[in-house]
Design a protein around this ligand. Structure first.
Ligand code: SF4
Ligand code: SF4
Ligand code: FES
Length: 235
């Protein structure tokens, strides 16, 4: 089996005699038997820690669960600085959790949490911060300040929590470089190993924003020309 791995700016081809295996096991074999300078991250080896996220054939995967195929092209995640080979620095992306204030701000009055309440954000609570959605998001090509999919999913997780006593403060912080900057392309949903749809969470946050009195600034701008005599919008 042959795979190519992006190292610095070039692709290096490796050939390994192996049966069906995961990409992570293959990379380890290459490191042990052929090239001990090959660098990648891993931890749990069971799709839990999120540290082995990388791109294969232009699509984000967890190397520990992806079954490697002959001819695969392996690259580091996008939109984050590369430290070496397949290892990236996720600090800048994690910083968006803080910018979005993606945590519970106020513990509201004592509320009973039902099983139905828990189901509202159960899936979102399973985010493993692998960064796949962040890498797949096309918005970073034009806006490096976009809060991004996993931070907005985390905001939804807390904004929808019945124990949050100040829901509006969650909504206030995601108006700039936030919910309205998403193109709803769904790339984040396609690559998430945890079945989380940040796109859908962003749509729900948009609805909450409208209920809180905010509106889509792009929509407002597109009507900046006003209305014609027949009542249709002019641009
Ligand atoms: S749906 Fe929005 S957050 Fe998700 S990848 Fe597309 S632009 Fe990014
Ligand atoms: S939302 Fe999914 S793809 Fe994004 S960081 Fe969390 S687990 Fe990874
Ligand atoms: S090594 Fe932990 S998710 Fe792959």
């Amino acid at each position: 089996m042959k795979i190519t791995v992006k190292r610095d700016e070039e692709f290096v081809e490796y050939e390994v005699q192996t049966q069906e295996t995961t990409l992570l096991e293959l990379l380890k074999e290459i490191k042990i038997t052929q090239d001990n300078t090959l660098t990648f991250s891993s931890g749990c080896r069971s799709s839990v820690c999120g540290s082995c996220s990388m791109r294969v054939n232009d699509r984000e995967v967890l190397a520990c669960s992806y079954k490697v195929q002959d001819g695969d092209r392996v690259e580091p995640l996008r939109n984050v600085p590369i430290i070496r080979d397949l290892v990236v620095n996720m600090d800048s992306s994690y910083a968006f959790n803080a910018k979005a204030k993606a945590w519970q701000k106020t513990i509201g009055k004592s509320v009973e949490v039902t099983q139905d309440d828990e189901k509202v954000n159960e899936v979102q609570s399973d985010c493993i911060l692998c960064g796949s959605c962040y890498s797949a998001c096309p918005v970073y090509a034009v806006n490096k300040e976009f809060l991004g999919p996993f931070a907005l999913t985390r905001v939804w997780r807390y904004a929808s929590d019945v124990r949050e006593g100040d829901e509006n403060s969650k909504i206030d912080t995601i108006q700039t470089n936030g919910v309205w900057d998403c193109t709803l392309c769904n790339e984040c949903t396609i690559v998430c190993p945890q079945g989380i749809s940040s796109k859908s969470d962003i749509e729900k946050l948009r609805s909450k924003s409208v209920m809180a009195g905010y509106s889509d600034p792009n929509f407002a701008n597109s009507f900046g020309g006003g209305f014609g005599f027949d009542g249709s919008p002019s641009f």
